[in-house]
Design a protein around this ligand. Structure first.
Ligand code: NCD
Ligand code: ZN
Length: 347
């Protein structure tokens, strides 16, 4: 197959940052996706609806005229989020979910949740009002090995959340393990997961063999091959519980290539193309459209996009870096061929 036309997809997990950095990366996402769920881990975090609306305005103002891209905003859950914030979020019509970062789990998560119990009132209101909970599903317990942190989160926390709030809609963001996939599969339709391109394409060897590869470092960290295969199988299975969320997370090159490098892989420049490659390798290109363009809006209760994009099997090579504010970012696969190319000029 040389050309693949899909209903316009959405990215259900994206980091856009703010200011000049945001303006540097936004166009990559807007060229491919109809909507994106914009993560709230700015400095300071987007904890209130009013902040989310102001952030949304900054994003929309940075879009080229006539661009139909729609940012779907999120709030950052803290120990002190008032349940009324759930009502304000829903009334705004612009907030699609609340993001739960365990405190200290990842980039800009210091204001995150210190214990699950502290969020019960908010989760109860979200369950009642029908607002989606988006989870960074990793424990921060220093005793737990970094490769086990997702599984332990599922066992200790996610199992309790779904048990206590059975009608709450929950997305286990960037699922990376067989344990995570199995848990999501074992639950009803209100529990789903997003999947990144790097967790479909790479295992932890890509991080650690032949030298440390800081541009392959993200959280949750890349896992072993058996986990990659489980995540790939889930994403390509046709199950509506799994959908596209790039977790594209740009950091300036100097913050990645450092003695203590930041977590995050920037993939927005090839945010649909990389998935096409993974699905093709799995013999499942025919299931890409449902994963990228149907399952996400169906889960969130939003209409599927109108319009389409096309990909052509015509390899291209991303540059080794892109401008990023007054700095630069190193894209995923930069300087190496990507098999599918976005055809421009499609509706
Ligand atoms: C994200 C970031 O940089 O904001 N980093 C990452 O490795 N995925 C945060 C996150 O989603 O964990
Ligand atoms: Zn993320």
């Amino acid at each position: 197959m040389n050309r693949l036309t899909l209903r316009r997809p959405d990215d259900w997990h994206l980091h856009l940052r703010d200011g000049a950095a945001m303006r540097s990366v936004l166009g990559f996402t807007a060229a491919r996706f109809g909507r994106a769920v914009v993560m709230p881990n700015l400095k300071p975090p987007v904890t209130a609806t009013a902040q989310a609306l102001a952030y949304r305005r900054r994003i929309v103002e940075a879009l080229p005229a006539g661009c139909g891209f729609e940012p779907l905003m999120t709030l950052y859950l803290t120990d002190n989020t008032p349940p009324d914030e759930v009502d304000r979020a829903l009334e705004s019509g612009a907030v699609c979910g609340i993001k739960y970062y365990p405190a200290g789990a990842t980039t800009n998560s210091d204001s995150g949740v210190t214990s699950l119990e502290r969020t019960f009132d908010v989760l109860a209101r979200m369950e009642e009002r029908g607002l989606v909970l988006q989870l960074h599903g990793e424990v921060t317990d220093p005793e737990v090995d970094v490769f086990d942190r997702e599984k332990v989160f599922v066992d200790r926390h996610l199992a309790r959340i779904v048990d206590r709030f059975p009608a709450l809609r929950v997305v286990l963001e960037h699922v990376t393990t067989r344990a995570g996939v199995d848990f999501v599969r074992s639950q009803g339709p209100g529990v789903a997961a997003t999947v990144t391109p790097q967790h479909l394409l790479l295992n932890r060897n890509a991080l650690l063999v032949g030298g440390v590869r800081p541009h392959h470092y993200c959280l949750p960290v890349l896992k072993r091959e058996a986990d990659r295969l489980a995540v790939l199988e889930a994403a390509t299975s046709g199950s509506p519980k799994f959908f596209l969320g790039t977790d594209s997370a740009p950091h300036a090159r100097s913050d990645k290539e450092s003695a203590c490098g930041c977590a995050g892989v920037f993939s927005a420049h090839a945010g649909i193309e990389l998935y096409a490659e993974a699905f093709e390798a799995a013999g499942a290109l025919g299931r890409l459209e449902a994963f990228a363009s149907h399952h996400g809006p169906d889960f969130y209760g939003l209409p599927r996009n109108a319009g389409s994009i096309s990909l052509v099997a015509d390899a291209w090579t991303a540059p080794p870096s892109y401008p990023f504010g007054d700095s630069e970012i190193v894209p995923f696969r930069g300087g190496e061929p990507v098999r599918w190319r976005l055809a421009t000029g499609t509706a």
